[in-house]
Design a protein around this ligand. Structure first.
Ligand code: FAD
Length: 473
């Protein structure tokens, strides 16, 4: 006999755990099913994000940044020491400790909110029943008045580059036991740039092969240009229009063959990171006859409110359309829990911030200049460089700028594009302005602390109306 719940969530990642906790806060009886195991072989909630994504990658980005600064920045401050060394084992151990702290934190939050956790593989059956094959081999049945599918995503494997010891995805690249002398990366997207940066800073010779002819086409073109210049200075070798067609593991390393404008070429690397995208983890999730539909890419089909069209069945996060970002999943999880409770629930894709945590960081929200031009929207742009911001220069972080885009007539903020230090934090001024339907003039009239990096936002907003104080307009 199936145990009855108001809500059964399949997947305990960002989208699923937010849905579960919010539903419990709203007084519902909730179960959450998750199949993942941590490095210690024990159940680990938090999904890709906490185990092998956002958090561990940021831990390694921070460790490698300290190491890089010791080599390249500390001298400017007059700080000297003998040659710095990196103990990869200690660095990975620190990352694992952070992961354990946060995955354990979700289990504690479930307990505090009385969310029943089931550890095993969940499958939706017709009639909103979820069967769970638990890790001990037993099977339980849960019945949900509502079921929320939050199965997340997995790395895409290329047929000619199977994952193993030498060819890895994010999971492997977050766990190298030593710095690879030569690291190849297929895909110059967020994951390739972040993990490529980690190992480059620690001494790897990193070559990134990107099939597209344009670098970071999703970002504003001026932002990508500055980022490309800074990455080049750091030694990242990014080759565009490079289509990889073959890999071979030989004695001297992985031979990666690609074709670009110059013809066929081969590089030899010690490790190859493949990060060419992720696909919805929907294999085995749905039994016959549930009525839930998958699209051609295996994503669960949903409407604007994350409803699958099957009574009481919803889907959120990476396994449905939209950006594959943890915070997009957070908001969808909360929105669906609130919709189930009869409250309004909504996620505005136009105001989702994007961040790439390289050095400098890239961040943006809203439309790029290229999009506004293509859509024929009249706009004004104002930008301001960090090189003219006292705090940035004092921090030895002068690279980059902030750009504010506003409607030419209404002055409403349509986008904000940033490249520089800590812009992952600054972008939220743009998010807030857009959510509140604010104008560039609103941003310009807000008092910003001096000296702070946020002054670049202030002056960029003033520059929209050619009244920036700290630069010629
Ligand atoms: C290296 C890397 C870095 C990233 N960095 C960032 C970042 O900085 N910021 C950001 O916003 N995003 C980042 N992302 C993306 C982010 O991790 C994902 O967008 C986010 O984790 C998606 O959340 P989710 O809940 O939809 O799915 P997931 O996090 O994938 O969680 C799904 C969970 O469901 C479980 N599951 C799946 N199927 C079943 C089943 N049938 N039964 C039981 N359990 C099941 C899985 O085991 C998993 O635990 C990064 C990703 C990677 C790989």
């Amino acid at each position: 006999m199936a145990e009855q719940f108001d809500v059964v969530v399949i997947g305990g990642g960002p989208a699923g755990y937010h849905a579960a906790i919010r539903a419990a806060q709203l007084g519902m009886k909730v179960a959450c099913v998750d199949a993942a195991l941590g490095k210690d072989g024990k159940p680990a909630l938090g999904g890709t994000c906490l185990r092998v994504g956002c958090i561990p990658s940021k831990a390694l980005l921070d460790s490698s940044r300290q190491f890089w600064n010791m080599h390249h920045i500390f001298g400017e401050h007059g700080i000297g020491f003998d040659k710095p060394k990196i103990d990869v084992g200690t660095m990975i151990g620190r990352k694992d400790k952070i992961v354990k702290q946060f995955t354990g934190g979700i289990a504690a939050l479930f307990k505090a909110n009385k969310v029943a956790a089931y550890y095993g593989f969940g499958q939706l059956q017709p009639g909103n029943v979820v069967t769970v094959k638990q890790h001990d081999g037993s099977t339980v049945e849960l019945k949900g008045t509502n079921v929320i599918l939050a199965a997340g995503s997995d790395s895409i494997e290329l047929p000619f580059a199977k994952f193993g010891e030498h060819i890895v995805d994010n999971v492997g690249a977050l766990d190298f036991d030593k710095v690879p002398k030569r690291l190849g990366v297929i895909g110059a997207g967020v994951i390739g740039l972040e993990l490529g940066s980690v190992w480059n800073r620690l001494g790897s010779q990193v070559t990134i092969l990107e099939a597209l002819p344009t670098f970071l086409a999703a970002a504003d073109a001026e932002v990508s240009k500055v980022a490309a210049r800074e990455f080049k200075k750091q030694g990242l070798d990014i080759r565009l229009g490079a289509k990889v067609g073959k890999t071979e593991i030989k004695k001297d390393g992985v031979h990666v063959t690609y074709t670009d404008a110059k013809g066929e070429q081969t590089i030899v690397v010690d490790k190859l990171l493949v990060c060419v995208g992720r696909r919805a983890a929907t294999k085995g999730l749905l039994a016959e006859g549930t009525g839930v539909k998958l699209d051609a890419r295996g994503m669960i089909e949903v409407d604007a409110h994350c409803h699958t069209g099957v009574d009481g069945v919803w889907a959120v996060g990476d396994c449905v359309r939209g950006p594959m970002l943890a915070h997009k999943g957070f908001e969808e999880g909360i929105a669906v829990a609130e919709l189930i409770a009869g409250l309004p629930g909504h996620v505005d894709f136009e105001t989702i911030p994007w961040v790439i945590y390289t050095e400098p960081e890239l961040a943006w929200v809203g439309k790029t200049e290229e999009q506004l031009k293509a859509e024929g929207v009249p706009y004004k742009a104002g930008s301001f460089p960090f090189a003219a911001v006292g705090r940035a220069v004092a921090m030895a972080e002068p690279a980059g700028f902030v750009k504010v885009l506003a409607h030419a007539e209404s002055d409403r903020v349509l986008g904000m594009h940033l490249v520089g230090a800590n812009v992952s934090e600054l972008v939220h001024e743009g998010v807030l302005a857009m959510e509140f339907k604010g104008s560039a003039d609103d941003l310009a009239r807000i008092c910003h602390a001096h000296p702070s990096l946020s002054e670049a936002v202030h002056d960029a907003a003033m520059a929209v109306h050619k009244r920036a104080i700290h630069k010629a307009n």
